[in-house]
Design a protein around this ligand. Sequence first.
Ligand SMILES: Nc1ncnc2c1ncn2[C@@H]1O[C@H](COP(=O)(O)OP(=O)(O)O)[C@@H](O)[C@H]1O
Ligand SMILES: [Mg+2]
Length: 475
Amino acid sequence: MYWMKQSSIISFRLPLIVCLLTCGLLYCFSYLIEHTFEKISIQQNVTELNSVITSVERELTYYSPDENRDEFFQNLLLILTGHHHLFVYIIDDAGKIVYRTRGPNLSIALPQQDFERLISQNSTAIWNIDKSSYRIGASRVMLDGGRQYTTIVAVGRDLQLDFISRLRNGLGLLIAISCVLALIGSLISIYYTQKPINRLIKKIERINMKSLNYRISTASVPVKYESLVKAFNNMLHRMEDVFERQRNFTADIAHEMRTPITNLTTQTQIVLNNARSTEEYREILYSNLEEYEKMSQMISDMLFLAQADNHQLVPNLIDIDLYSMISLMCEYFEPLTDEKNITFELEGNCSHIQGDKMMLGRAIINIISNAIRYTSENQTIKINLSQLSPKKVQIVIANPGKKIESHHLPHLFDRFYRVDQSRHRNNKDSSGTGIGLAIVKSIIDTHKGHIYVESDDISTRFIIKLPTVISRHNH
Ligand SMILES: Nc1ncnc2c1ncn2[C@@H]1O[C@H](COP(=O)(O)OP(=O)(O)O)[C@@H](O)[C@H]1O
Ligand SMILES: [Mg+2]
């Protein structure tokens, strides 16, 4: 549910951002257009006003309206033809109207002082009356005779204002439509991009502990999500593996503990049924002791592995001469090998390495004891040491014997894994619980080394590669 919520938040936020961006951009654009038009129309009006005022002023200086009345009015008409919505108002210093076009009464347009300001500053002003708007300008001409004429000119702005307002409405509509389209467009595109993700989420949500074997088919998702699905499937695979091993591990521990305890219980019951001689008791107790030791060994092995899992194994690093260490071990195994007339052949050499003597010894003992177990009588176990590089040595322990099928090889180092899984082993069976190689692997891992096994019809070979010096960067 949390996922769904998250995705729906994302799917609305993005279209909204797209919509707002489109809106903002178009708004700026339309503001610019409107502003430009406004500026142009003001400029047009001002130019028109100034040109008319200049022409009128010129005529006033050439032909005084008192003396050359006809010429003055004729020329004035010529000036005004071609100008639409333009109104002129001329008064003399006595306040008498010299000329006035039909239309608004410009004398009431502004208070006296504002007219004076327009004249002195040569500026224009806006005048709104009867739902109409005008831009007005004014000027005063002083003639030689001392007479004074004031000219007020107004030009109608209604057409321009109407155009600008229509432009504004049109642009507003354009913005609104674009925003809605952007919103719908991005919602649709997000819907289509999220659809496969949502489907994926539903599938993932259905996976639980019991369906860890489920894999999402890459065919059901678009190509761009294929690698995501593959990564997820891989993770499922790893999890399944871990869970599976965990499950088996617990079952195996229980089983391995139960077998010796059952043996002990039955033996004790049998013994208690009849009276025995001291010698018999002693014998039985010895046999029990073996079981106790086995159990104790297994428990300490489990503890060792648990420590390795928790990265609590800290190797006590000292300088180790592998050759002398291994040849000592071969001697230690002599009673066992003599029994089967098995010989060791230790060859090669390598530099000293850094390592924990106890741990590495334990690892090699484990491998050698396996080798002895699986080697037939009168055969030779070959141990070879070599220097792979100045910083890497290799130990190969090879024993002749039955080939281990290749599908077993990757699992040999798993806990409780035995090639012969049968659990009906009697007490005399010397094979262990199947955790020997798991311990070997964790020891080699702790030493930042690498171990693997090869097997063919001739021999089974355990190959260990170890760094001569252990540093944090060896991995
Ligand atoms: N040298 C070997 N030759 C053949 N099989 C081997 C050899 N070493 C180990 N194995 C196989 O690997 C399994 C796991 O070994 P290990 O972990 O030491 O367990 P265990 O010795 O307790 O059975 C053994 O049960 C055996 O099947
Ligand atoms: Mg073993």
